[in-house]
Design a protein around this ligand. Structure first.
Ligand SMILES: O=C(O)COP(=O)(O)O
Ligand SMILES: [Mg+2]
Length: 229
């Protein structure tokens, strides 16, 4: 295994969190007198953290008015209350995730989650999904001064794991993961089943697209064979 560390994105990569995120977003909209949005629309707002989700969700209104800082603050408070109540209820582990994580673990690779989701939602969700035990570290949207697409959270995870970023593999579903990993000098794989802000994953600048985390592990093992014929 040529990689000493694997950094995995959460929403859209390990877990399908859209049903719970949509329920909380629409409960927030209802409280504010706005009609619900489709899950697909809400999925296209996921990837740059909760503040951005609330901003985009409140910007989708009949008069097209831009939410003020106070609107966002109020929206975050309402969203947070609802999301805490439903977080993990319908979240589903994607096929191949557990097998892939087990394969990396068996090879002695250190693993961390690097997500833009805030810590208060991430840690209970990983526990509830039964995935927490795989990871040495969890870097969340509020852990560092900057979120993905900035490289800071990925570099911070490497520092925590004492891993060289050049020998690390990042796996994600969106442009935020691809840009952050490239800027951090890492190898990066994308999965096509996630959200990517409504865009085709084939537009991403990544080393490869893999169909699952299990396939990502196989891909990583193949690099070893390619490097040491
Ligand atoms: O919270 C988000 O917007 C997305 O989180 P992710 O970085 O795990 O995809
Ligand atoms: Mg994601």
């Amino acid at each position: 295994m040529p990689f000493s560390a694997v950094l995995l994105d959460l929403d859209g990569t390990l877990l399908d969190t859209i049903p719970d995120l949509a329920n909380a977003s629409n409960a927030m909209r209802m409280e504010l007198g706005l009609a619900p949005l489709s899950q697909d629309t809400i999925a296209s707002y996921v990837g740059k953290g909760t503040e951005n989700l609330v901003l985009r969700t409140l910007s989708n209104n009949p008069d097209g008015s831009v939410p003020t800082a106070d609107d966002i603050k109020q929206g975050l408070e309402i969203f947070g209350r609802h999301y805490h109540a439903v977080n993990g209820e319908q979240a589903a582990v994607y096929p191949g995730v557990v097998q892939g994580l087990e394969a990396f673990k068996a090879a002695g690779v250190k693993m961390a989650v690097v997500t833009n989701k805030p810590t208060e939602f991430t840690l209970p969700l990983l526990e509830r999904a039964g995935l927490a035990h795989f990871f040495e570290h969890v870097v969340c949207g509020d852990t560092c001064a900057r979120k993905k697409p900035h490289p800071m959270p990925l570099l911070h995870a490497c520092e925590l794991m004492q891993a060289d970023p050049q020998g690390a593999l990042a796996i994600g579903d969106s442009i935020n993961d691809a840009l952050a990993a490239r800027a951090a000098g890492m190898t990066v794989l994308a999965v096509p089943y996630g959200y990517n802000e409504g865009m085709d994953v084939r537009t991403l600048e990544v080393d490869d697209i893999v169909m699952s985390i299990s396939e990502a592990a196989q891909w990583a093992f193949r690099q070893q064979t390619n490097n040491n014929p």
